[in-house]
Structure formats: structure tokens, C-alpha cells
Design a protein around this ligand. Structure first.
Ligand code: BDP
Length: 331
């Protein structure tokens, strides 16, 4: 062996030894997880995600450090979904609507007037139907659903007052990217304009759209109330939200860490739901104080009738029909 070869071998040994030390130390090394969130930092969902991160950090002795980037800092929703599927983003919170076209079964939870009230939503998503949808989302989208957040009821808000479905005729209404949402707005005789959440304010301000639809907290926190001064309590959809971990990231976590993540996510979701109930009230009070005209829709019958054909189109297939029946049977 030449001196040169020996030197090389020794150098190699040293490197291998160093690598071994590094590898044995790896399980204790901190992991930084990056999370996507569309909402402003004080929104109930944002605080729920932050709470999840705190609990996971405590229980993993700071090995898993979850940092949520609020206010869509990591990009628009559709890109974020792609990045999550690939593992470029580690976790996120989404409304189910942007998944409607990708996993058609999620459309059933988006359907107008499918839920009786908030408790019906909770029992559905926390029960067998929620578990089944979670399995479908995992299999088709490469993301693991760890808990469900509240999103309240969505209502129409516009630049001029809407009292009846006839007032919706011809209005341009912003919707989320989902065929079902396009059809829902069309069923009212309005025109649907799919737009990212972050572009709604400017769209309303410039008149590109005449209205949008969302819950009280989003209407208030995105300041849409400044540019669409009329809120009609149509409460046409209670589509809920999921908290997800990207599958590549999840697969690298140990069974013990997965347990920590799931348990903490459920606790964070209980916290989010409590904050949600408070924020619905405070957001409503805030916009009313700011001079918004709230039109109470006491008879939702005419709205419901116009939207009924959506059930044939989106829940006509036997598997979808069965999901609708199971949701309605949840007590
Ligand atoms: C909010 C949801 C958010 C949606 C947004 C929207 O929390 O996930 O992206 O509505 O309408 O209520 O785009």
C-alpha cells in the first residue's frame, strides 16, 4: 500500500466515524416543519395552528419545531396544495372546497344546506364520515388529515343590497376554485368568478366582482366589509376545514411522534372551535359597528330550492348519494 492509499483510507475512516456519530445524534436533532396558512395571525385557525406547534414542541422536547407562515406568505392556496403533496411544505390548514375537484367526495360536505347546525358538522367530521374522507384525501392527495377546524356558515355579501334570490340575478360573485361553487352561484342566476382569496378585496374595490361569500370572521379579517357593505345571512354552506401533514413528512415521523402530532392536533382543534365561536360574534359586532347593513334571511326556503339541483349533479352517483344519506343520519 502506498503512503497515499493509507492516507486516503485513514481519511475515509475518520469521515465514516464522523458520519456514524452524526447519524446516531440525528434522532435528537431538531426538525423544522414549515406550515402554510391563508389567514392573518390573530384568526382562530392561525392561533389553532400556533397552539398545535407549541404542544408538539413541548411534547417532543423541542425536536419538532413547527412554524406556521400566516397570511399566505408561502404562496396562493392552489400552489400550496401542490407543494404539500410533494412534501415541499410540511403542514397546512385548508377549507375543503379547493379539494372538491381533486377528491369529489369532499363535495358532499360542501353541498348547500347539508348540515343542520354546527354540532351536526362536528359529529360528522369527528365521526366515521370524517375518517372516511380523511382516508380518501390521504390516498389521493398524499396528505394526512390530523384534525378538523370550524369554518362556520358562509353567506353572501355584495356591493348592493340582496334580500331575495332574485336580487342575485346577473351579479358577479367570487367563488373558490371548485366546480360545485361555480354551479352554486349559477343556480342563483349570478355569474361565478373564481379568484384567490387574497384578490377578493381588490376585486370588490375595483368592481371586477359585485360580491363574494364567506363567514363573518373572513369577511371581517380580510376587510371585505369595507368594500362590500351588504351582508345577507344566507348561510348556504357549512363546508369545514382540515389540518393536514404532508405524507412524505408523516412517513418519516416515528409512530410515537405521529401520536404526539395527532393528539396535539385534536387539542388544537378544540381550541380553534372555541375561538371560532367567539370570533363569529366579535367579527359580526365589528362590521355592524363599521356601518355594514346586515340583511337577515329568515326564510331560506327559496334559496334552498334554487340550489337543490346541485344534489342531482354532485350527489347523484350511488357512492355520493350514500355519503349524503350517512351525513343526514348523523344525530
Ligand atoms: C375562508 C377559509 C379559507 C378559504 C377562504 C376562501 O377559511 O380556507 O380559502 O375562506 O374563501 O373562510 O378562499
Amino acid at each position: 500500500m502506498s503512503d497515499r492509499t493509507i492516507a486516503k483510507t485513514l481519511a475515509g475512516c475518520t469521515l465514516a466515524a464522523a458520519a456514524a456519530i452524526l447519524i446516531s445524534a440525528a434522532p435528537a436533532a431538531a426538525q423544522e416543519w414549515r406550515g402554510w396558512n391563508i389567514h392573518v395571525p390573530d384568526y382562530p385557525n392561525s392561533r389553532g395552528l400556533d397552539r398545535w406547534g407549541e404542544l408538539v414542541a413541548q411534547r417532543s422536547n423541542n425536536r419538532i419545531r413547527m412554524r406556521t407562515f400566516h397570511s399566505a406568505q408561502l404562496g396562493q392556496q392552489d400552489e400550496a396544495i401542490q407543494q404539500l403533496r410533494l412534501g415541499a411544505i410540511d403542514f397546512a390548514n385548508f377549507n375543503l372546497s379547493p379539494l372538491n375537484n381533486l377528491v369529489p367526495e369532499t363535495q358532499v360536505l360542501t353541498l348547500p344546506f347539508i348540515f343542520r347546525d354546527v354540532s351536526h358538522v362536528h359529529k360528522t367530521v369527528d365521526g366515521a364520515v370524517g375518517d372516511e374522507l380523511a382516508r380518501l384525501i390521504e390516498a389521493r392527495l398524499n396528505m394526512v388529515v390530523v384534525s378538523w377546524f370550524d369554518a362556520g356558515a358562509r353567506s353572501m355579501y355584495t356591493r348592493r343590497q340582496v334580500r331575495t334570490p332574485a336580487d342575485m340575478q346577473g351579479l358577479k360573485i367570487r367563488v373558490q376554485t371548485s366546480d360545485l361553487w361555480v354551479d352554486l352561484v349559477r343556480a342563483l342566476g349570478a355569474n361565478a368568478t373564481p379568484l384567490p382569496f387574497g384578490e377578493v378585496y381588490t376585486g370588490l374595490q375595483t368592481g371586477v366582482i359585485d360580491g363574494a361569500e364567506n363567514n363573518w370572521p373572513s369577511y371581517e379579517s380580510q376587510r371585505h366589509f369595507e368594500v362590500a357593505r351588504f351582508y345577507a345571512t344566507t348561510e348556504h354552506s357549512n363546508v369545514p376545514e382540515i389540518v393536514v401533514v404532508s405524507k412524505p413528512r408523516w412517513d418519516r415521523a416515528s409512530p410515537a411522534d405521529r401520536e404526539i402530532l395527532r393528539t396535539a392536533a385534536r387539542e388544537a382543534s378544540a381550541y380553534q372551535r372555541q375561538l371560532w365561536a367567539e370570533r363569529e360574534k366579535s367579527s359580526r359586532d365589528k362590521v355592524v359597528a363599521a356601518g355594514v347593513t346586515v340583511t337577515e334571511i329568515t326564510d331560506r326556503g327559496p334559496w334552498q330550492q334554487l340550489m337543490a339541483p346541485l344534489y342531482e349533479k354532485y350527489a347523484g352517483a350511488p357512492n355520493m348519494r350514500a355519503l349524503v344519506d350517512r351525513i343526514r343520519a348523523v344525530q
